[in-house]
Design a protein around this ligand. Structure first.
Ligand SMILES: [Zn+2]
Length: 171
């Protein structure tokens, strides 16, 4: 069920997919995510995806999504590229329109319920999950890797302090 760098067709019936404990492994080029494009400095690379269906004895149909990839986000401080590892593993519970949400939905942080009449738009679901996983304000731990060499030690308060002490004892 895997193909080359293209989101597979939608899952025609997500409830049957789950009941059959089916799974799909595939890669999607970052460039294929239109809504994500604004957040990325580069759209090179792929997202490695796994969609696994299973049947939980108590909850019913469950879809587990695993996503991994290397994204280049824009640092909010210096506006240059920031390497960021995408690593999503989430469980979703499809429920039919009109069907009551599970009682424990509000208390259960591990599974998110979503309404679907059967056909699941895999591409949109994956893009939603990537956008949800993005940091709100991505920033380098330390910006300014383009600083000239030696500048860092010059700016160190300890170096400045040592210099003052040196001058003091010599006087
Ligand atoms: Zn930065």
């Amino acid at each position: 069920m895997s193909n080359q760098g293209k989101t597979p067709d939608n899952i025609a019936d997500v409830f049957r997919f789950a009941a059959g404990q089916r799974s799909m492994n595939f890669e999607v080029p970052l460039a294929a995510f239109e809504r994500l494009a604004d957040q990325l400095v580069s759209s090179d690379g792929v997202v490695v995806c796994q969609v696994q269906g299973f049947q939980d004895p108590e909850r019913g149909a469950i879809i587990e999504l695993q996503l991994a990839g290397k994204l280049v986000l824009r640092c909010q401080r210096c506006l240059t590229g920031l390497d960021w590892d995408l690593a999503v593993r989430t469980r979703l519970q499809p429920i039919r329109p009109g069907q009551a949400l599970p009682e424990d939905e509000l208390e259960d942080d591990e599974v998110d319920a979503f309404e679907v009449d059967g056909e699941l738009d895999v591409h949109a679901l994956i893009e939603d999950e990537i956008i949800l996983a993005l940091p709100i304000a991505p920033r380098h731990d330390e910006c300014g890797t383009l600083r000239p060499e030696g500048a860092a030690s010059k700016e160190s308060p300890f170096a400045v302090l040592a210099g003052l002490r040196g001058n003091g004892s010599a006087a």
